[in-house]
Every structure is written in C-alpha cells, then in structure tokens.
Ligand binder design. Structure first.
Ligand SMILES: [Zn+2]
Ligand SMILES: [Zn+2]
Ligand SMILES: [Zn+2]
Ligand SMILES: [Zn+2]
Length: 396
C-alpha cells in the first residue's frame, strides 16, 4: 500500500461547536510546536505555558470569539466552552493553532522550543520538558530554552534557575495571600493560604501539604476534558477551599463559599465574580472562565459531596513573587490518583504523541531532582531542600 502523500488534521474545541481542518504534506510531520512561558500567556489561559504550531488560515465566516492579546496579536476562542484555538498576527496574516485542539495521533507533533522562560523566575514546568520525545527522537534535543525570544535572548542552561535554598513559604510569597488575575483584569481575586498547623496530623486534609500544612496541593492533569477547555496538553491545577478566595472589587459581596452559590453568582452577574462565566463540561462538572480574555479559572464538581466548598484553581493565574509554580503557596504533585479523583496520568493520552511527552515529563522531573542532589522519590521540593540541608549538602 502506498503511503498517503497528505494528512488531514482536525482542530476542534471541547463542545464541538468549532472544527477546522488543514491538509499538510505527510512528509512535513511531525508538526513543530513552540512553548511560550511568558506571563501574558499564563494569565490569558490559566496554564503554565501555551503551545502553538503554524496553521494555514481560518475561513472568513468562522464564529470564534476574538480577544486582543496585544496590539499585534489576537486569540480566537470558543465562546461556549472557552477553548482557546488560534493565535493570529494581523500584520503578517500568520495563524498558529493551540496544540491542545489537535488529536493524539502518534507522530503528529513535537515540542521544539521554549520561549520567554525568563518570565517564570522558577522555570515553570520548562525544566521537565527538555527532552519530551525520547522514543521518537527529534532534531533538537534538549529543546532549547530562551529567556525571551528565540535566538534574540539568553539561552538558559539545563540547571537554570539555581536553587533558591530553603525558605519559609511566607517569605517566598511575601505574605499569606496572592492575587488571582486573568489577562484582561476582569477576574481579580485573592487567594489565602491554608493553615492547618494547629490540628492533629490525621485531620490535615488530603489537599494540604502535610509538612508545612500551609500550602494547597497542585497537580498536572492530562485528561481530555481539562486539555480541551484549558487549551494546553499539561494542565496545572490546585485544590483550594472556597473560603480562602476573596473578592477584590470595592463594595462587592463576599466571594461565594460553595459551588452552588458560585454558579448562581455567575448567572446573576454578581460583581464579586467579575467577568467569570460558566460551562458545563459533563454531568455535575461546571468550569469557569473569563468571558472576555478566555482565561480558564475554576473547575467545580457539584455532584461530589466532599467538593461542595472547594474548587480547582488554574495555577497560571496566581501571581507570586517566587515564580510561575508559586512553590510558596502550592505543594506540587504530578498525579492526583491517590485521592481517588479521575484525572489520571496516562489514561486519556495512551498510545498518542502526548503519552511520550507525559512519560518524559515525569522522568525528567526525576532527573532534575538528581541533578540538584535531591531525593528522587515523590517528595515536594521543600522536603527535598530540607533533607539536603539536614545532610549538610551545599545548595547551589
Ligand atoms: Zn467549544
Ligand atoms: Zn507568551
Ligand atoms: Zn479576563
Ligand atoms: Zn482533568
């Protein structure tokens, strides 16, 4: 059988209101994608980075919503499910598709560049995506990381940034609250840290760091629903109690403290919830995003009795002086299988190009720990730092 000369690629959003196709020469695969870690990309999506690859054009009669990301760049997104689908540069007529819109097909796509990593301060998750295609191989491994634009800024080495050393979480975040902000400013809230220092050890909830008892659990979800609403292949989420979220608009009511009140406040257009709008992605699951800039903000599960007063927050919206991962506020884990949730690591991505990326993401994190002389167990960065200080290791 002759090999196909062309390959048809489909880009769709979660709710399937929008679907576009592109025909590319099969010889041009895998598509090459660039990851941008800039602060604007994080605030406009709720993710730790955005990932795009060139796309030929859009039909003139498409009905996607448009957001002016900057004077020279627009984002087109689905007004219903919020999936961010395309970048557009009017001056050049160039389009890029958000890779999260594309299928899992093996060999379809490779990550080949990291830009604006300097904005993250802590590296975001770029340090774990240096060799995302160990099985299929790629022409430029490790994937270069640039402080700003490719070839026009400093190229960062594999160990960037240097360890900051063991610091109190309060010191890392310059206080006990951090802003939650979307790109357009329509969502403008504050997140307070948990404090379970004065309870028995077995009373510390699963979503709070058992060591400091003052950080929320954060994970990376790879499920199809998160990917196609947040619009990134690896979605950073933290689990927080709603009583720790506060409204900032003067004179507004308090931020709702349970998932049903949140849904009602958004339906009524309550000023406490700013420009939030909602989308039901499956039975009982309501996701919230900014209706203006499309940033993904919250995930809620109204059917889960233990989740009535908590929600999942998009980490990319949290503005912390210690960096994109906000390690002073969040306790990072890679999966949340242990707590029985259904956002699993490989289930949704098995066999496709994302499975290779996901496996590598995890093993690179292990290598990153080894390079720093930390334990390779599934410990938090803080635990690792404490351990190496206790062992008298020099922190670089
Ligand atoms: Zn949609
Ligand atoms: Zn960017
Ligand atoms: Zn916004
Ligand atoms: Zn998920």
């Amino acid at each position: 059988m002759a090999l196909a000369i062309t390959t048809k690629i489909e880009a769709t959003c979660h709710c399937k209101s929008h679907s576009f196709t592109s025909i590319v020469p099969t010889s041009s695969l895998p598509l090459q994608a660039s990851l941008c870690h800039c602060t604007s990309c994080r605030r406009c999506t709720g993710n730790l980075h955005t990932t795009g690859t060139p796309w030929p054009s859009l039909p003139e009669d498409h009905s996607l919503e448009r957001y002016e990301f900057s004077p020279n760049v627009f984002i087109f997104f689905c007004g219903k499910c919020s999936q961010k689908m395309f970048w557009y540069v009017p001056k050049t007529g160039a389009y890029e598709v958000f890779t999260a819109c594309l299928p899992h097909d093996k060999g379809l796509l490779q990550y080949n560049n990291h830009i604006f990593v300097g904005d993250t301060i802590d590296g975001g998750n770029s340090a774990w995506l240096l060799n995302p295609h160990p099985e299929t191989g790629a022409h430029n491994m490790p994937v270069p990381r640039w402080a700003g634009f490719s070839d026009k800024s400093d190229k960062l080495d594999a160990d960037w940034p240097a360890n900051v050393g063991l610091k109190d979480e309060h010191e890392l975040t310059h206080g006990d609250e951090l802003p939650i902000r979307c790109h357009c400013g329509g969502v403008n809230l504050r997140l307070a840290r948990p404090d379970y220092r004065n309870v028995d050890k077995d009373k510390v909830p699963w979503f709070v760091d058992p060591i400091s008892r003052r950080k929320w659990l954060a994970i990376n979800c790879l499920c199809n629903s998160c990917r196609t609403t947040f619009s990134v292949d690896i979605v950073p989420l933290s689990f927080v109690e709603m009583k720790s979220i506060h409204s900032t608009s003067p004179g507004s009511s308090n931020f709702p403290n349970n998932v049903n009140d949140l849904s009602e406040a958004v339906a009524k257009g309550d000023s406490a919830v700013g420009t939030l709008t909602r989308y039901q992605s499956s039975a009982g699951v309501i996701r919230y995003h900014c209706k203006r800039c499309s940033a993904s903000v919250f995930y809620t599960n109204t059917n889960n009795s233990s989740r009535q007063e908590m929600l999942d927050l998009a980490v990319g919206l949290v503005d912390s002086p210690d960096g994109a991962r906000a390690e002073g506020m969040f306790w990072w884990q890679f999966t949340n299988n242990a707590n029985g949730d259904n956002c699993s690591l490989f289930e949704d991505v098995k066999d496709g190009w994302r499975a290779e990326v996901a496996k590598s993401f995890r093993s690179e994190r292990k290598r990153w720990r080894e390079r720093k002389g930390w334990s390779v167990d599934e410990q938090t960065v803080e635990e690792s730092q404490r351990e190496s200080e206790e062992n008298g290791d020099m922190l670089i």
